[in-house]
Design a binder for this molecule. Structure first.
Ligand code: ADA
Length: 566
């Protein structure tokens, strides 16, 4: 689902609803019976019947075709390894729980047809990006939208508009439309490209059989309105040919790093942000417009302007909302403290590159996404992993030259024998700091966040990174909702508020910092492996509990930023 209609000519139909369901502990033969029912979008292991189960959830439903033709199925998120069958034939296999993918096209006659989606949420060698020690509960299911699309021989796959320069209302835009032919003969037809109110051109399309072509145009536009927080102007781009169309939305803005600052449209910005997980107690990863808007309204009312999508790509609907609300986003490819062994497995790089490709190509038009992220807190001290970093960061730069790249790290000066070795590869330095919380890891000399920050900045500058902006990727403390203590001890809401108070004073005002992201908006379910150190099996560093009830820390942050949540 989008906040605007992305096709007028191409027939699309949502397959959201109640699907038949069967669960199996292991992959293998497809079930012949589907006795249960599961909502789509949804996560089976957030439901009462299948809570905490790891295995393969087989979803089944039928759909009617009233006019024979070619179709494809588009999924916005299936966790975590998906196999899609239509009338018993495999039409797609996909790894990765938080990126959009579609099946190959398939022909269908008039009548009733069956689709079975097998969603495997197990850990194991096939699942290189998510390890059992993952920092959040890795749900299973068809947790985002599903659409059936009727496609013709010529298909408009994508149309992107990147801002190459912007000054005084004049912009140089680079439009790229990708059109593919699935015909058995050459096809010639006109293709109309346009940006509402700014530009249009009709192109003669000559596509050899089975070919794909990218049509590029550089457009000099006058009198444009930039996208910026507070005035998030959006434009509509269209691509239309005889048998297909595609509509998308973009913003005209530039992002770059210079002299230690992050510049939006040439002006230095301060990112006042928070980390956001896709989690709700009764639906797991699955969310909807109402819940997404509620969370983003909370972010906005707190006085924040920035979100880090810890630690995987977001649904396009979430980014559509950020585009409209003028909230800036660091969107992260999937990953979390992956061990050096798993990172040495070629499958790791293969799955990471697939996630990067799908995230960047699908989300390139969202002006709210101003920074790409990857590899959260992985072992960047291992020199032999440099190739993984170079390949992954290089892929970002290969497919999108318009946004800076970073990775959040905890390989900091408190571990002198294990320093971060890859910071030269990124545009923005992004330390995660928990001085007052993880005292056991930070050590007795590193409890003071201000002194530690100065040491870390000095280390960065000594490495020659004085011109790279610094963004605090995470900071915070656990606060169990309802736990109040006069002695303000750890796990109390008072302690959490005190830690955030102290840290905000430092990170909000430090001249060397370009911003920060509080860990995190709302409590989220932890993985099975973290249960022992997470009361209630929840990561309770949220400003809100999982049901979005505010904690003391929430009011403290709002007061500090003179926002409000009332
Ligand atoms: C790390 C990690 C977060 C979260 C946090 C915590 O910084 O990046 O995902 O797990 O620790 O709460 O411990």
């Amino acid at each position: 689902m989008r906040l605007f209609q992305d096709h007028h000519r191409r027939e699309t139909e949502t397959l959201a609803g109640l699907w038949q369901f069967a669960f199996r502990e292991q992959p293998g033969e497809l079930p012949t019976e589907f006795p249960a029912r599961q909502a789509v979008p949804g996560c089976w292991d957030a439901s009462v019947e299948y809570a905490l189960r790891r295995g393969v959830g087989h979803y089944r439903r039928t759909f009617e075709v009233v006019q024979r033709g070619q179709f494809l199925l588009r999924f916005d998120g299936v966790a975590n390894l998906a196999t899609v069958r239509v009338d018993g034939r495999v039409v797609a296999e996909h790894y990765g729980s938080h990126t959009t993918f579609h099946t190959r096209p398939f022909s269908l006659d008039v009548g009733l047809h069956e689709v079975i989606v097998s969603a495997d949420n197990r850990f194991g060698e096939h699942n290189a990006l998510l390890e059992e020690s993952c920092g959040w509960y890795c749900f299973g299911g068809i947790h985002r939208g599903v659409r059936l699309e009727r496609v013709e021989d010529v298909r408009i796959d994508r149309v992107t508009v990147a801002t190459e320069s912007l000054a005084d209302g004049r912009a140089r835009l680079r439009l790229a439309a990708v059109v593919s032919s699935h015909a058995e003969r050459d096809v010639s037809q006109p293709l109309r490209l346009s940006i509402d109110g700014l530009w249009s051109e009709e192109v003669a399309l000559d596509l050899p059989a089975g070919a794909s072509e990218t049509i590029e145009r550089v457009i000099q536009a006058e009198g444009v309105e930039p996208w910026q927080p507070g005035r998030p102007r959006l434009y509509i781009v269209r691509a239309e040919c005889a048998c297909d169309d595609l509509v998308d939305r973009f913003g005209i803005r530039t992002v770059r790093c210079e002299a230690g600052r992050i510049l939006l449209n040439g002006e230095p910005i301060q990112l006042r942000g928070i980390n956001h997980h896709d989690y709700h107690p009764e639906s797991g990863y699955a969310s909807d417009l109402l819940r997404m808007k509620h969370d983003l309204d909370l972010v906005h009312r707190l006085g924040l302007n920035f979100i880090r999508t810890s630690h995987y790509p977001k649904d396009r609907l979430f980014l559509d909302l950020c585009d409209e609300m003028g909230l800036m986003v660091l969107e992260e490819a999937t990953g979390w403290q992956n061990g050096p062994e798993s990172m040495r497995d070629p499958r790791f790089t293969e799955q990471l590159l697939c996630c990067i490709d799908e995230m960047v190509l699908e989300h390139a038009n969202h002006p709210c996404v101003i920074i790409w992220g990857l590899l959260n807190e992985v072992r960047s001290e291992y020199a032999d992993l440099r190739g993984v970093f170079e390949t992954a960061i290089g892929r970002f730069r290969q497919i999108d030259t318009t946004r800076p790249v970073t990775y959040a790290t905890n390989r900091l000066v408190h571990v002198p024998d294990r320093p971060d070795r890859m910071a030269d590869l990124v545009d923005i330095l992004c330390p995660n700091l928990y001085n007052r919380w993880y005292a056991d890891q930070m050590g007795p000399d590193n409890g003071d966040p201000k002194a530690f920050l100065e040491k870390q900045i000095a280390w960065y500058d000594a490495q020659g990174f004085g011109d790279k902006p610094i963004l605090i990727g995470e900071f915070g403390a656990g606060g169990q909702a309802g736990c109040h203590r006069l002695d303000r001890r750890r796990w109390s809401e008072e302690h959490q508020a005190d830690v955030l108070d102290e840290a905000m004073e430092i990170y909000h005002r430090h001249p060397r910092l370009s911003g920060y992201a509080i860990w995190l908006l709302a409590d989220t379910a932890c993985s099975e492996s973290e249960e022992l150190r997470r009361p209630g099996s929840m990561n309770c560093k949220g400003l809100f509990d999982a049901n979005r009830n505010p904690k003391l820390a929430c009011y403290r942050v709002a007061d500090f930023l003179s926002g409000s949540v009332d």
